[in-house]
Design a protein around this ligand. Structure first.
Ligand code: UGA
Length: 430
């Protein structure tokens, strides 16, 4: 095959699989994405995209000659040189990642000895590659290399992160397979870092743990600022100007959530304890994050007293702006805690679907932030959607039963909000 015209099978049509498949097609390869969900495959075959990700729909549409979707394993594998595993690895009850979907894909590769590389993009515990190697050998794929190629894409910018990454990490048990996977990325301007499989698996977990650590650190400093009268925005702004530290991932807030940080930090902690080691720092990072969400409820109680019967508006439900993803969103924790306290929860979000998350079943959905706040006893900015800056806060203050506002993302100006009559609280700012 021509260098930029490889045949690639992608297993899993979730966030990672769709972005990987679309971007590989964009790079010139012929890609077949296989999923077990007939509804999802039908949607994709009809030209629709089942998830919200900027640029993804256009990229899929413009590469439709090179990008197909199927339920059929045989169709996906026919002529394929490389198989990507992009299925999800949710936490199991024990905290270990549940790899059953990964193993089911690996088993389904039996007989596809024409594959030159099997690439795992899903986040997996260190050591998974070794187990996969054994499974591939058992399936007769002794000549197929195993490659760990973790992704570092953030939701809402996944397409751009894939095409313009900071680095491409490739851990291969066979140099030829590693080289082939590096070659698939030709056209992308980024350093390719090659290493052993276990190290590549660890890079992903360590990177996410350090990002989560920075946020928990920022949240702890924010609390200290509240207790001492300092302003966390000033403090961390100046701290981040140190080139050794940098400004990113130092925004305090209501805690980190999403499909990655909570799951990956828990999986890393579990991985550590499986080796007989208690990771003290990582455990504290997770604890600080849980406390951060509880503190939001406490601060409402400090102002309102008993929350029973109170109407509380949650502004923003997605775990961050720019996505419809509710997985491990701080809003779900707040909603269930508020409901447990007897409060009536109202919510607004421009994208997220609250029927997807259980704690929301008792919450009432409103079409706009203003409507959610009308008659409420308090409102909480949970997700920093830019739309919230444009709310008519003057009217909101008078339409609320009590103008109590907890800005969990430091989105609004404290001086202005207090001028408008709000009892305004934010994170780490006087
Ligand atoms: C994260 C990482 O940023 C990606 O590099 C990684 O590839 C991805 O996980 C993954 O493992 O797949 P993502 O979960 O999409 O990406 O979202 P982030 O933008 O990192 O935000 C995570 C959470 O941290 C959000 O709840 C966000 O509100 C919070 N956050 C982020 C803060 O509270 N403060 C900050 O300064 C930054």
């Amino acid at each position: 095959a021509d260098r930029q015209d490889r045949r690639v099978a992608v297993f899993g049509a979730g966030y990672i699989g769709l972005v990987t498949g679309a971007c590989l097609a964009e790079l010139g390869h012929r890609v077949v994405v296989r999923d077990i969900d007939p509804g999802k495959v039908r949607t994709l075959q009809a030209g629709d995209v089942p998830i919200y990700e900027p640029g993804l729909g256009d990229m899929i549409a413009r590469n439709k000659e090179r990008l197909r979707f199927t339920l059929d394993i045989g169709e996906a594998l026919e002529g394929a040189e490389v198989a990507y595993v992009c299925v999800d690895t949710p936490p199991s009850v024990s905290g270990d990642a549940d790899l059953s979907r990964v193993w089911s894909v690996v088993r389904s590769l039996a007989g596809a000895a024409h594959l030159r590389a099997v690439v795992v993009k899903s986040t997996v515990p260190v050591g998974t590659g070794a187990r996969a190697r054994a499974a591939l050998d058992e399936a007769g794929l002794t000549g197929t290399g195993y490659v760990s190629n973790p992704e570092f894409t953030a939701e809402g910018r996944a397409v751009s992160d894939f095409m313009h990454p900071d680095r491409i990490v490739i851990g291969a048990d066979d140099p030829a397979a590693g080289a082939l996977v590096a070659e698939l990325h030709e056209g992308i301007d980024a350093p390719v870092v090659t290493m052993d499989v276990r190290s590549a698996e660890m890079v992903k977990l360590a990177a996410n743990a350090l990002l989560a650590t920075r946020i928990s650190f920022a949240n702890e400093i924010a609390t200290l600022c509240e207790n001492t009268g300092a302003d966390v925005t000033e403090v961390l702004g100046a701290v981040g100007l140190d080139h050794r530290l940098g400004p990113h991932f130092l925004r305090p807030g209501i805690g980190w959530g999403g499909s990655c940080f909570p799951k990956d930090s828990e999986a890393l902690r579990q991985l550590a304890s499986n080796t007989g080691f208690h990771p003290m720092l990582l455990s504290a990072v997770i604890d600080v994050n849980n406390i951060q969400k509880r503190r939001a409820i406490q601060r409402l109680k400090d102002v309102l007293g008993d929350l029973a019967g109170r109407e509380i508006a949650l502004l923003g439900m997605a775990f961050k702006p720019g996505t419809d993803d509710m997985r491990e969103a701080p809003s779900t924790v707040l909603a269930s805690r508020l409901a447990a306290e007897g409060a009536h929860v109202r919510c607004w979000d421009p994208l997220a679907r609250h029927d997807k998350a259980e704690p929301w079943l008792s919450a009432t959905r409103y079409a706009s932030p203003e409507e959610a706040m009308g008659g409420a006893d308090a409102a909480v900015v949970v997700t920093e959607w830019p739309q919230l800056k444009d709310v008519d806060w003057t009217r909101a203050a008078t339409a609320m039963r009590q103008p109590v506002l907890f800005d969990g993302r430091n989105l609004l100006d404290p001086v202005r909000m207090r001028e408008l009559g709000f009892t305004y609280m934010s994170v780490g700012r006087p």
